[in-house]
Design a protein around this ligand. Structure first.
Ligand code: FES
Ligand SMILES: [Fe+2]
Length: 394
């Protein structure tokens, strides 16, 4: 975001804080609860949003040089991302071309990948290198000479993958048309120079979108987070801006008011706010003062009420002292405490409520524009009109 836009955003937030107002949607919106509970809707989400849509996999700096690799099963298919000798980052289905075992686990640096089962080996570009006792597999190299490649885009310091193999996957794709104009703003953070710090995977027993919803409004901060975040952030005060099907939600920190006494050219957007970028379908990139939290949320176990959150913390510079490490550990612990100790338990009660038959719709208020935009965008991405959804539910 350019400097003038940052100042304008801070001014909008200061006005909201003074007037005790917040960005308002045109009208409240009612969402069918079937989007959270209906198995057919869920199957459609998995087929379209988690197979045909780009998913953010992490910061490009996680694959820092030739041989750097990371595996990721969150989307429901095993994915291997590796940087080649030619510096090109590639994604593959992590499925051995012999009998389909996982070729490699975890993350690290490699020169070749060797399947643990019968030791077929692959180079960093996914090509089959060695086949023990190859006489027994006549013609197999011509038929299946490399791992199945997935389309990947490395841009703005971030990495996206579309988790469906295709013949022309090596050509990649451009993420910008999917970002609805958000690309330059993301590029401005220079994420390529940031460092990965820590990652946790948290399983939850509720629909995956209830986890996402947690991050889409500040209305609850003064209540659910009375003992935690409400000392840091204003409740029910947000700035909202849509970028195609994605959006940015900005919450002012309590220290924002100090800016009034300081000259505008010293105002710092990151330091005085929490910026939450929501990239459909499942990603929240949260700029938190001095670090970034990346939450990626996935349906799992083939059940409408099971999900995982993959939460990663990135820092501007790799820590070099124990004090720095303690600082980042404390930040990771804070977000885990708040999200898993306060937000998700509330979400689980919503899941029970959805299943109870108490109501056919949930309601998002005018002060929850990000929730409205997210869920309307999801229906668009799925090609489902809300009217069609209601008829289907009746
Ligand atoms: S399954 Fe990988 S070498 Fe046999
Ligand atoms: Fe929350």
């Amino acid at each position: 975001m350019i400097r003038q836009q940052q100042i304008a955003l801070l001014k909008r937030l200061l006005l909201h804080v003074d007037a005790k107002t917040t960005h308002l949607a045109e009208a409240p919106w009612r969402n069918d609860i079937s989007v959270y509970t209906d198995p057919a809707h869920y199957a459609r989400e998995r087929a379209i949003l988690f197979r045909q849509h780009p998913l953010l996999m992490g910061f490009a700096s996680e694959w820092a040089g030739p041989g750097a690799f990371r595996t990721d099963d969150s989307a429901g298919v095993p994915i291997l991302i590796a940087r080649g000798r030619d510096q090109k980052l590639r994604a593959f289905l992590n499925v051995c071309r012999h009998r389909g075992a996982k070729v490699v686990e975890g993350c690290g640096k490699a020169r070749v990948f060797s399947c643990p089962y019968h030791a077929w080996t692959y180079d960093l570009a996914g090509r089959v290198m060695g086949i023990p006792d190859e006489r027994a597999f006549p013609g197999v190299r011509n038929e299946r000479g490399s791992l199945a490649e997935l389309p990947l885009c490395e841009k703005h310091g971030l990495v996206w993958v579309i988790p469906t193999a295709s013949r022309d996957a090596s050509a990649g794709f451009d993420i910008d048309p999917w970002l609805g104009g958000l690309g330059p703003e993301l590029a401005h953070y220079d994420f390529a120079s940031w460092s990965f710090y820590d990652r946790r995977v948290i399983p939850e027993s509720m629909n995956w979108k209830l986890l996402v919803d947690t991050f889409h409004e500040g209305y609850h901060i003064g209540f659910l987070h009375k003992q935690s975040l409400s000392g840091i952030l204003y409740g029910n005060v947000t700035d909202f801006e849509a970028f195609g099907l994605n959006h940015r939600l900005t919450m002012p920190r309590k220290k924002l008011e100090r800016l009034k006494a300081e000259p505008e050219d010293t105002w710092d957007l990151m330091w005085n706010t929490t910026l939450i970028y929501s990239l459909i379908p499942n990603t929240l990139l949260m700029v938190q003062g001095d670090h970034v939290e990346l939450a990626r949320i996935f349906p799992t176990e083939d059940r409408t009420d099971r999900a995982i959150m993959d939460l990663a913390l990135y820092v501007p510079k790799a820590p070099s002292t124990e004090t720095e490490r303690q600082h980042w550990d404390k930040n990771m612990q804070l977000v885990l405490d708040v999200v898993t100790g306060e937000d998700f338990p509330a979400g689980r009660t919503i899941q029970m409520g959805l299943n109870s038959g108490a109501q056919t719709h949930t309601v998002y208020g005018r002060n929850e524009p990000a929730l409205i935009h997210y869920h309307q965008s999801m229906l668009k991405a799925l090609g489902v009109g809300s009217t069609a959804l209601r008829q289907a539910a009746e």
